[in-house]
Ligand binder design. Sequence first.
Ligand SMILES: Cc1ncc(COP(=O)(O)O)c(C=O)c1O
Length: 359
Amino acid sequence: MRKWNFCAGPAVISEEVLGEVKEELLEWGNSGMSIMEMSHRSSIYDQVAVDAKNDLIEILSVPESHDVLFLQGGATQQFATIPMNFGHTTNEADYILSGSWSKKAIAEASKVIKVNTIASSEDGGGFNYAPDPSSWKFSPNASYVHYCPNETIQGVSIHDAPNIPKPLIADMSSVILSAPIDISRFSMIYAGAQKNIGPAGLTMVIIDKKFMADDNEDLPNILRYSKHAASNSMLNTPPTFAWYMAGKVFKWIKRSGGLDYFKNQNNLKALTLYSFIDESDFYQNPVKVKNRSIMNVPFILKNPSLDAIFLKESESAGLLNLKGHRSVGGMRASIYNAMPMEGINALIDFMKDFEATNG
Ligand SMILES: Cc1ncc(COP(=O)(O)O)c(C=O)c1O
């Protein structure tokens, strides 16, 4: 029996999508084989790949100026390939430090180029807020500015896309497709698929074509964005099954009402959960209100000696993966697009009961 899965990633996928995939698993269309067994160069697979790309372009209103790439290696590989490709002109870039993932991006980029951490909310290690874009002071020589709009571990967000003069690159792994975004503000957006897009193994990149044209030609082809773009993300064998499933998720988003629908749903879900936490004396969310994530909601029990029993009982109640990241402790409910309001209500009902028994 399927339960409510609050995992940060790989994360819940719509049951409707999983049902379709199940139906098609043994034979895709009239091809005589499953999608997994098919050449990525076949005309049948090509249609699946092109449809997925076009649907994503439609959902996100990706402008003509930008290309969409379906890559591998996860967001972590992007931490390395971004400075390799786009840091080489000045050997310098500006980074914003707002949580564990931007910290990792900085550590990786620092091996390749000079990183200027131009704004940080690490004060005391807490990351309970994000540095406001109005406080970012850019370095004259920075080739680009990198930030993470949604820190999955701390549940800290910078909600509005900054409008800045430098090429802007964003790690949108845990926030992409949760709401409409103005793609034109970004030179590059990247995201591991395993939260709002589909199964792990696929990495989405949306990149300004002019920006991409200046990537580093000394790199091996597999590390260059322009080479992937020139071969329609089929420089080598792509993650065909994950790409196909992402296409299914994009179609599900479209028929559900697109990103405006999900934005409303996600805001409602998050507001309901945060309001409950704020009204309680038993639970607490440490993040500054304006930086609260709508995708990842961390919370602590004021009495941490109850953590283990909370996790055990929540699991028995059918609420899975509520344990906070090992680096921060406490709890975290990841409430991506595929988590319906019913799941939030089930979580709140459990939290109320647990408080009544243990408070
Ligand atoms: C914001 C963010 N960036 C990067 C990563 C790393 O992604 P991957 O495991 O795909 O390399 C994650 C994973 O959870 C993430 O949430």
